[in-house]
Design a protein around this ligand. Structure first.
Ligand code: PA5
Length: 450
């Protein structure tokens, strides 16, 4: 039995009983492509065995670096974008809750962690610097290519601040670079300046990199348990080997998505009922969108946070264009619960909730929403995880990673490349006057003048 509970009972109005088993041959073929490396993008499958097959010496170095950061810094600024940002941010929020950075030092397991280099907003960077103020800080700059504009600019600015505050030598001891083993501008700079470096493995694409140093150092800096995180992923890796759709929920999820997609359900909403999981949806959107959105096809991954968005998107989901399906990430036992107090006057009329807690009300909201949306013509899938522990997160990460590998092959695309991400980067380089992009700059400027 799987550690998580995958509930697909709310697709029965939309998918006949025979349709999932009929996908078995295709799923078995997709499994072979994925496991044997016969599918497109085979060089980028090293995440499959990562939960057990990772560099143990580097793993220990990450823990040591986190301890050093905790001892000499109040703040860690993590610089990166896309796959070099979303996994770390999602995990930090999932494991530490909404108010982690606002807690006092004694109430936190580790340092405050802030993220930069994931936009080109000067205001954000300036506000971050003002916030850091005189406090001791370190920087973890993450970039596989080492040339991505957003993190490169943020790093240049924050490095200057570090040097002004500590001098070159100490600044270098406070910079941790997570990058390619051999190539790229960041690798060159790290080697020249003597930063401690961690490696983004060649065979792991950005969106699959949360269980590499990309995610692990920021997560460890918050004091979270890396061993449990990897153990959760390892258990999922063991649980999701058998391609039999009656035994493998991750593959079943992939097959159902594919059936729904073929029936015109082309938008998938990743939903939660816990604010700690908001960034999980952002990570999931990159994982799904960058893996599947190519060759003019693919499910469009979107998200909604409940119950908040029931008061904004709820109307559309209930009655709008019928091309949506929902995947709810549900936490069986959230970290806390709060009883709803009785009030003798009962002016707000809430005393009918006597004896119920907020978690119970949240559960009823979930049940009510699933039934309402289902009645309104929306297929609903639920992935229920026991809690918000490191183990559960590791398990959940692997569930969706392996599912999207299968799902991509079912849809006949290469789930492991991202050629479309380059288009805007090239245009921006050209418009900014980067050497080597002169011809493109001329063409774009003509288009802009029209
Ligand atoms: O998944 C991807 O490839 C992208 O989202 C990258 O992670 C993102 O563009 C950042 O690239 P880099 O790590 O090279 O700075």
């Amino acid at each position: 039995m799987s550690y998580i509970n995958f509930d697909d009972s709310k697709i029965s109005k939309f998918i006949n009983d025979n349709e999932v088993p009929e996908m078995q041959a295709l799923v078995t073929a997709a499994n072979e492509q994925l496991r044997q490396g016969t599918g497109a993008g085979a060089d980028f499958r090293d995440w499959i065995n990562l939960p057990s097959d990772f560099d143990k010496a580097e793993f220990d170095r990450i823990k040591k670096a986190a301890t050093k950061i905790q001892s000499d810094s109040e703040v860690l600024v993590v610089i990166g974008i896309g796959g070099s940002y979303l996994g770390a941010k999602m995990a930090v929020d999932f494991l530490n809750g909404s108010f982690y950075n606002s807690k006092s030092k004694d109430d936190r397991r580790g340092v405050q962690v802030f993220f930069a280099g994931n936009s080109l907003s000067a205001s954000y960077l300036r506000e971050l610097q003002d916030f850091i103020g005189d406090r001791d800080f370190s920087v973890n700059v993450i970039s596989k290519s080492g040339t991505t504009t957003e993190p490169s600019i943020a790093f240049r600015i924050l490095k200057e601040k570090l040097i002004q505050k500590y001098g070159e030598a100490e600044a270098a001891h406070r910079i941790y670079a997570t990058t390619d083993a051999k190539h790229g501008a960041l690798r060159k700079e790290a080697d020249a300046a003597g930063y401690e470096t961690f490696i983004i493995p060649d065979g792991v694409g950005g969106r699959f990199s949360v269980l590499t140093p990309v995610g692990l150092l920021p997560i460890a800096a918050t004091g979270a348990d890396l061993d449990q995180l990897m153990k959760g992923a390892e258990q999922a890796a063991n649980d999701y080997v058998d391609p039999d759709l009656s035994k493998n929920d991750a593959y079943r999820y992939a097959a159902i998505r594919n059936i729904l997609y073929r029936k015109g359900y082309v938008t998938e909403l990743c939903e939660n009922y816990e604010p700690n999981l908001r960034m999980f949806s952002e990570w999931w959107k990159q994982l799904m969108g960058e893996s599947e959105g190519k060759d003019q096809k693919g499910i469009y991954p979107s998200s909604a946070n409940f119950s908040t968005d029931l008061h904004s998107l709820g109307q559309y989901i209930q009655e709008g264009l019928r091309n949506l399906f929902e995947t709810v990430i549900k936490v069986k036992q959230p970290p806390y619960n709060v009883d709803i107090p009785m009030d003798d006057e009962n002016l707000d009329g809430l005393n009918y909730l006597k004896g119920q807690s907020m978690n119970e009300v949240n559960d009823k909201a979930y049940e009510g929403v699933v039934l309402a949306h289902n009645d309104g013509g929306v297929p609903v899938l639920t992935v229920e995880v026991p809690d918000e522990s490191e183990f559960s997160l590791g398990y959940l990460i692997y569930f969706f990673e392996i599912a999207v590998g299968i799902s991509g092959y079912l849809n006949g695309i290469n789930p492991f490349n991202q050629p479309g991400v380059e288009a805007y980067k090239k245009n921006m380089f050209a418009l900014l006057g980067k050497p080597g992009f002169e011809d493109l700059a001329e063409k774009l400027n003509k288009e802009l003048e029209k």
